[in-house]
Design a protein around this ligand. Sequence first.
Ligand SMILES: Cc1ncc(COP(=O)(O)O)c(C=O)c1O
Length: 386
Amino acid sequence: MMLCRPRFSLKKMEGYSVETIPEADIIVNANETNWNLPASIVEEVQRTVSKFAFNRYPPMHGEDLSETLARDLRVGANNIILGNGSSELLEKACYAFGGMGRKIAIPYPSFSMYGEYVQLADSKALQYPLTLEGYIDANALIAFCHKHKPDLLIICNPNNPTGNFNSLQVMEQILARVECPVIMDEAYMEFAQGEFGSSNLSTLSLLGKYNNFMVFRTFSKAFGLASLRIGYGTGAPQLLEIMQKVLLPYHVNGLTLQIAQIVYANKKEFGSRIKLMQRERTKLAQACLDLGCRVFPSETNFLLVQLQGELAFALATRAIKEGFKRAASNEATAGSYVFKQLLQHKIMVRDFSNHPALPGALRITLGRPEENVQLISALTNICQEG
Ligand SMILES: Cc1ncc(COP(=O)(O)O)c(C=O)c1O
């Protein structure tokens, strides 16, 4: 008989799953971009594919893309790390700075995968709470770090799933006063107000001033390359050197590296899309507020919308009358009900309604304008029916 003894930390893990229906017409549940690449970029990619040497290993550390990024970010090419999605960088950072008996501080509520990576690295997650409005309280976080002495601090700015953006001043306050290495996960920073492509709002502008942090970014969101799996990081050379030890050679595939380079070289092409998404964000937020929902302030490509108060009561009452299962609160019942109703309209959002800190919440990625119109119409029908 086989003696199967997986690592202890795997015992407690459930694995990542997202409810999905393949036949949905409007897919707004994973914070992807709902446009494919611009046609001019697709043409360049096709030319690259036709000449691509599939038989060769890629550059060991993605040197070409690293150089392109380094030039743009005004750092040395050795100060760039690449990942198979920024997910790989986050996971590997937990291996590099965590381990048995180590503590990693992560925000709550935030990106659920942080907890998984911490566990995979046999480390202990210390959840630090965000304010009820979804922001980081710098003084509280600094006190938390002084008290609990984590080996690594992860900050998600703007935060997923709430969408809140914390100012650069707040980030700087934290960097100046905590003692452990810090990861600034800026997966959604390109969607924040301000000029697209500028680092004014980002901790990228603090590189060189503080030597205790790394910034992680991704091509999956603003640059619409989720399928290719590519993210990058930069920051304090001492921390990047440690990261290089845990990143395997050839960990990012060669085609991805080349396509990411084409995309980055053409990043201006994405500016008008981002502006459009910022306008759509305001419109969708207003529509949800008009229906009586709570909407978290978002500087991302998604909105967290919470069913609350009279609206939640009315929806939960209707749901139960229709035989729907009662959840822990009216808000949670209403959220699950609206999620299922949207599925019937073939619209797929992300259901957070049973999240202990976000009862009744649904996360809605901004789709294309015509998709957003359909979504608002379906949501209005569901909320105002009966
Ligand atoms: C906050 C945050 N960080 C990191 C990631 C990982 O992105 P990727 O691995 O696609 O680069 C995500 C993806 O949803 C995210 O929401």
